[in-house]
Design a protein around this ligand. Structure first.
Ligand code: PLP
Length: 419
């Protein structure tokens, strides 16, 4: 902890008034462990920001990136330009997808969300239904902080204070009936797409009720609305499959991915676009052009990191661990539900879980979650403070014995709360 310096770095989602002289500077990482600049070791119980799926310090990813950089660090993919790493990655990601698809590549999750949102609206424009512009998201949903993602925010604080935004509607994350009613109220012929996280992550870790995902897919099919699955957290092993959504028998129109696709070794995200949605744009020369995409789209060095990362996920059998470990993780944390400050422990679907505090505790002390997370650090465990819960989502290489450390550290943190 560097106490004295006044940082020049503006941290995302941070109370800079507090953080400016109290940063935790992470210096290095190895597998599930990271060290700060003072040499203190921490269990990375959150895989950084839900992304270090293969763990830290994988030399082979660094080597693959280095090789790519030595050959061609970057080059535009606008127009007819391409590079081999992005072609290979697109081929692989399409092969792994649960539906016939094309792949649009960008820099991260929020970038992918904005791509999917714009593509949905543009698709309907090409279908002669230009009024289908409305986007639907779920309460507690998180879709990044770009323009559309901000408008789609199901965490109200993430939308507040930014002025007028793209038109969206939010529906209760756990109610099919409310979603159906809302579509009927606004008129499905006005709705372009529904955004669904298979398991809600940043909004508090909410696995869907049995039948929910299938129900939303059926509702979309009935109303013509596009189902956009946001698997930015859920993909690449977090739920035990490539895109998370394979756990349900549904066919999305698009899947947004990021994070685990490179395990964060370099920034990359994108959209798996079903053939159906791609078709108007791919049909024939002279057709509509999607005038969208960023400078670093299909960046070869980032694609090389993704290819090496995906190879590790497959080779080391890590993909399945997201599912195999979901019960042991929940079982290890469940006893915390007995603590007076804890409302519930959520998880059991994929390698992520949350310990939610009670309304009383949060009303009495709005900083309670942050305090628990800070105290957990004293026990050498980095957990993630969400709005009303402490979340964990370790690398897929985590051992079951580490779950005990997480539970102990959170229990220690809970001890800090006035009874
Ligand atoms: N969608 C989901 C479900 C996410 O959890 C996140 C980030 O946590 C995003 C989108 C945004 O991704 P990024 O931060 O890479 O822009």
């Amino acid at each position: 902890m560097s106490d004295a310096e006044d940082t020049r770095l503006w941290h995302p989602f941070a109370d800079m008034g507090s953080v400016r002289q109290a940063e935790l500077v992470i210096d290095r990482g190895d597998d599930v462990w990271v060290w700060d600049e003072d040499g203190r070791r921490y269990l990375d119980a959150t895989a950084s920001l839900w992304y270090a799926n293969v763990g830290h310090g994988r030399r082979e990813i660094a080597a693959a990136v280095s090789e790519q950089m030595g050959r061609l660090e970057a080059y535009s993919a606008f127009g007819d330009l391409a590079n081999r790493a992005s072609l290979e990655l697109a081929e692989l990601l399409a092969d792994l997808a649960p539906m016939p698809a094309r792949i649009f590549l960008g820099a991260g999750g929020g970038d992918g969300v904005d791509t999917a949102a714009k593509l949905a609206r543009r698709y309907w424009f090409e279908q002669g239904q230009p009024d289908r512009t409305l986007l639907v998201s779920r309460t507690a949903g998180y879709h990044g902080t770009h323009g559309y993602g901000t408008a789609l925010a199901g965490i109200p604080a993430n939308r507040a204070g930014f002025g007028p935004q793209v038109e969206t509607v939010q529906v209760p994350h756990d109610s099919l009936e409310a979603t159906e009613n809302e579509l009927a109220r606004v008129g499905p012929e006005r709705v372009a797409a529904v955004f669904v996280e298979p398991v809600i992550g940043a909004g508090g870790v909410y696995p869907p009720a049995p039948g929910y995902v299938e129900g939303i897919a059926a509702l979309c099919a009935r109303t013509g609305v596009l189902l956009i699955v946001d698997s930015v957290i859920c993909g690449f092993g977090r739920l035990g499959t490539w895109y998370g959504i394979e756990r349900w028998d549904v066919t999305p129109a698009m899947i947004v991915f990021a994070k685990g696709v490179t395990s964060g070794y370099l920034p990359l995200g994108g959209v798996v676009v079903s053939e159906e949605v791609a078709e108007p744009f791919w049909r024939a020369p002279g057709g509509p052009v999607l005038r969208h995409g960023a400078t670093y789209a299909a960046h070869p060095s980032c694609c090389a990191a993704a290819l090496a990362n995906i190879a590790i996920l497959g080779r080391d059998g890590l993909l399945e661990r997201g599912r195999d470990l979901e019960r042991p993780l929940l079982d290890a944390l469940r006893p915390l539900a007995g603590h007076g400050a804890v409302a519930e422990v959520r998880g059991g679907m994929g390698l992520l879980a949350a310990v939610a505090l009670t309304d009383e505790v949060l009303e009495r002390d709005p900083g309670a979650v942050a305090q628990v997370a800070l105290r957990a650090r004293e026990k050498g465990v980095l957990v993630r403070p969400l709005g009303r819960a402490i979340a964990v989502s370790p690398p897929l290489t985590v051992a079951e014995e580490h779950f005990g450390l997480m539970a102990e550290a959170i229990e220690h943190g809970l001890g800090a709360l006035a009874g």
